[in-house]
Design a protein around this ligand. Structure first.
Ligand code: PRP
Ligand code: URA
Length: 210
């Protein structure tokens, strides 16, 4: 079973408070989502494997370390997931980026897939699927279905979000038990498909479309 972890680093929690505020405007919301995403990536990448390497410094040989595991792909769920990509690339600039387009039916909250474009070697990569909101879990489950269908092992997938509802965490971990799930917060509940207290519609707040 993969793990579920709430990332309670003080900087992450402080910045999350800023974007929860209904008076936080589009520009600040976008900037702070980026900053939180960088901090989340730092935490989520803690278990990346290292190997020993000898390197010549100007003063001699250092017995040092370098990354030895799979290369990374970031896969945002469109559209709100796009807001998290640059913040992660700040830390892992060589990562490739795939995109999975999903929208929720406004009445049934059922997700619909409309776009999938992934790096050709996606099944060989460590994948960070990113989306600010894990509500019913439908979008995340369908996005990960799309990856598994293309040969990705669940063990290679980490789902990273900003705010999760208990219902979404449960649904996602039931559907895909071997992925790791990370969130900056675990909120109280879902109400009419929205996370309460949450932060509202992440896509609209990121792109100023409300
Ligand atoms: C939002 C959010 C997630 C999804 C979460 O996207 O960004 O993708 O809802 O809800 P779920 O867990 O119940 O599936 P939305 O469908 O509003 O699309 P958008 O990103 O284009 O705004
Ligand atoms: N999508 C959002 O953007 N916000 C929610 O609270 C739920 C789904």
């Amino acid at each position: 079973m993969g793990k579920f972890q709430v990332m309670n680093h003080p900087l992450i929690q402080h910045k999350l408070t800023i974007i929860r505020d209904k008076n936080c405007g589009t520009r600040e919301f976008r900037e702070v989502v980026n900053e939180i995403s960088t901090l989340l990536a730092f935490e989520v990448s803690r278990d990346m494997p290292l190997e020993d390497i000898d390197i010549e410094t100007p003063m001699g040989t250092a017995h040092s370390k370098c990354l030895s595991g799979k290369k990374v792909a970031i896969v945002p769920i469109l559209r709100a997931g796009i807001g998290m990509v640059d913040g992660i690339l700040d830390l892992i600039p060589a990562a490739k980026v795939g995109h999975i387009g999903m929208y929720r039916d406004e009445e049934t909250f059922q997700p619909h897939e409309y776009f999938v474009k992934l790096p050709s070697d996606i099944e060989k990569r460590q994948i960070f699927v990113v989306d600010p909101m894990l509500a019913t879990g439908g979008s995340a489950i369908m996005a990960i279905d799309a990856l598994v269908k293309r040969g990705v092992a669940e063990e290679n997938i980490k789902f990273v979000c900003l705010v999760a509802a208990p219902e979404g965490v449960e649904a996602l971990r039931t559907a895909h038990p071997n992925i790791d799930v990370y969130s900056a917060a675990l909120d109280e509940k879902l109400e009419n498909g929205y996370i309460v207290p949450g932060l509202g519609d992440a896509g609209d707040r990121l792109f100023g479309t409300k």
